[in-house]
Design a protein around this ligand. Structure first.
Ligand code: ATP
Ligand code: MG
Length: 581
């Protein structure tokens, strides 16, 4: 029965029969509210002494003692409890409280289990609406059928039982946002989980928001430096871009994301790290790493760990994105990492199967593409008219045995503006970060590189591609001609040059100087194993003896020919000394 059919009758419950005038007033109220005459009956009920309860379909107007008590309880629950002494706060809340006749729609739980509740009697509940169950358990409407709705629960379903009541809230899922969240670790609903006390929010944003329209955007043209040599030189990332980090397990995916966050120190970029379905211990480790490197002050960690219910894992990235949008709309730049979206898709699959949706390819529901496209489309660079803020997204995807053609990886590759492909073989051979130069790409980043970087990186990708081809060809050859041998050595030198330790982001001048020097074949007669030492010494020398040159590159981001020549001359002299030593 729909609510319209049920609304054809209204019932008043009270201990004493209402007078004629009272009934007339109820009649007027119903006419005003529902637009037609609704027959009103009275039922005696001792459950509401000194008050009444009016039920119209699933709408309930509660003016009973019990209802008022519940209102008071809800008010008191909201009293903050962080500063030890809550009695004055309680007093204030009680004094400020005025009871109201509550209008609410109440339904009933039909079945509950596996974190899913089926509810009847809420015909007007909307998709994504938050419902309130017994004991304050919250849930979100995820499935709407003819007579019942399916609702996912955000916490343990122990207190929710068959027949218990459910209230509509009329709100969709949202998260508190604000500057207070910087430096904190929170769950998908914005509650702190780091034991550092309550967070003062500056606002409340819906978890699901529309992505900025085309008109509101502008092209990506400002670099977001990651400090990772192989990425900044060959697959540069711009502010507002979406770049996928993809690779098998334990190939340094998270390491790239954390290094990129650490490199934003002092660069006016807020970082949000969303951990989905990870071990709590890994999240703690990331928090400590960021703290140790001074990056936690401008970062927020949103976590839904492997032990959290699937619905919390499902909304975690959207909640993180809502927090990012708060800063973007203020004109700030934000970097957001989703670690990782494979686990996110798995959580969504679990939830969908429990809601009885039909499984599709790899048992994922049919809308799994939309799951990630609507999330990643929210990354954008806003036009100057609306502040010019940006969200740069670094989603992470885990592959199985390097298979990028599986369902979720192909989906996300097609949504993002490029991918950094990490390879196990490279990783285990010591080439870290294990970026596969052939399969990685950045489709917009080139515009976002500084002129200096673009000019310096010149032929690096092509040189490396040639080297890889030749390496395969010459694998079994015993005697090589001199030219081939020289090319192989040059390539090996470049590969060595791209190795980089964790937590050691390279500033722009260091990358530019190294590239200019290396691509001019300066390291040709340096043994590959010596390359790191050679470059380290070179940079140290530049930074101590040619400080102004380094500063000029960082400041202007230009590499005129005379500057390039100067770098080459200094490097040549350095090499002579190095060889002599
Ligand atoms: P998982 O699939 O478990 O999430 P992952 O792909 O995120 O793994 P990481 O946790 O980032 O991989 O890295 C795996 C290990 O490799 C870590 O112990 C990390 O310290 C190490 N590692 C990552 N990058 C580097 C690097 N550039 N140099 C040295 N060690 C590295
Ligand atoms: Mg990881």
């Amino acid at each position: 029965m729909s609510n319209e059919e049920m609304i054809r009758a209204a019932v008043i419950y009270s201990a004493a029969e209402p007078s004629k005038e009272q009934k007339a007033r109820f009649g007027q109220f119903l006419k005003k509210k529902y637009g037609s005459d609704i027959p009103l009956t009275w039922e005696k009920s001792d459950a509401f002494p000194g008050g009444f309860r009016l039920e119209v379909g699933s709408d309930i107007y509660d003016w009973s003692v019990g209802g008022r008590f519940r209102q008071l309880r809800d008010t008191l629950v909201k009293v903050p409890t962080n500063n030890g002494n809550i009695i004055p706060l309680l007093k204030e809340s009680i004094q400020a409280w005025t009871p109201e006749a509550m209008a609410e729609q109440v339904g009933e739980v039909i079945t509950v289990g596996d974190g899913i509740a089926t509810v009847a009697g809420l015909p007007h509940a909307t998709f994504g609406e938050i419902l309130l169950f017994a004991d304050g358990v919250r849930g979100m409407v995820q499935d709407i059928r003819r007579d019942t709705i399916g609702c996912v629960l955000f916490s343990s379903d122990e207190s929710v039982t068959q027949g218990s009541s459910v209230k509509r809230t009329g709100k969709t899922a949202g998260t508190p946002v604000g500057e207070g969240f910087l430096g904190r670790v929170v769950d998908s609903l914005g509650s702190p989980v780091d034991g550092l006390g309550d967070i003062k929010e500056s606002g409340y944003m819906p978890v699901e928001a529309q992505a900025p329209a085309i008109i509101d955007r502008q092209p990506v043209d400002t670099p977001l430096e990651t400090g990772i040599f192989s990425i900044d030189s060959m697959f540069p990332i711009g502010r507002g871009q979406r770049e996928l980090i993809i690779g098998d397990r334990q190939t340094g995916k998270t390491a790239i994301a954390t290094d990129a966050i650490i490199n934003q120190n002092g660069k006016n970029c807020i970082c949000i790290y969303v951990a989905i379905g990870q071990k709590t211990s890994s999240v703690v480790q990331i928090q400590q790493t960021l703290k140790k490197h001074g990056a936690m002050d401008h970062s927020i960690i949103v976590t839904a760990s492997a032990s959290d219910p699937a619905p919390l894992q499902y909304i975690a990235p959207y909640a993180g994105c809502a927090m990012a949008e708060y800063f973007m709309h203020q004109g700030k730049d934000v970097l957001i990492v989703y670690d990782d979206l494979s686990k996110h898709a798995v959580a969504y699959r679990a939830l969908s199967l429990l809601l009885d949706r039909s499984p599709g390819r790899e048992a994922y529901p049919g809308d799994v593409f939309y799951l990630h496209s609507r999330l990643l489309e929210r990354a954008a660079r806003l036009s100057d008219e609306i502040g010019g803020g940006s969200i740069t997204a670094l989603p992470i995807v885990e592959t199985q045995a390097g298979d990028v053609s599986a369902y979720i990886p192909t989906n996300i590759i097609s949504i993002t503006d490029g991918q950094i492909f990490l390879e196990s073989d490279l990783f285990f051979s010591g080439q870290r970060p294990a970026v596969n130069v052939g399969l990685s790409v950045s489709r917009v980043g080139g515009d976002a590189q500084t002129k200096a970087m673009k000019k310096a990186a010149g032929t690096l990708r092509i040189d490396l591609a040639q080297y890889r081809e030749m390496e395969v060809f010459t694998q079994f050859a015993s005697d090589l001609d001199d030219q081939t041998r020289a090319q192989l050595q040059y390539g090996q030198g470049l590969m060595r040059m791209l190795r980089q330790k964790q937590y050691k982001p390279k500033p722009q001048h260091e990358q530019v100087i190294t590239l200019v020097m290396a691509l001019a074949h300066t390291m040709q007669d340096i043994q590959a194993a010596e390359v790191p030492k050679f470059i380290e010494g070179l940079i140290e020398m530049f930074e101590s003896e040619h400080k102004d040159l380094c500063e000029r590159i960082d400041r202007e981001g230009q590499l005129p020919d005379d500057l390039r020549q100067e770098i080459l001359d200094i490097s040549a002299k350095y090499k002579e000394k190095y060889k002599a030593a």
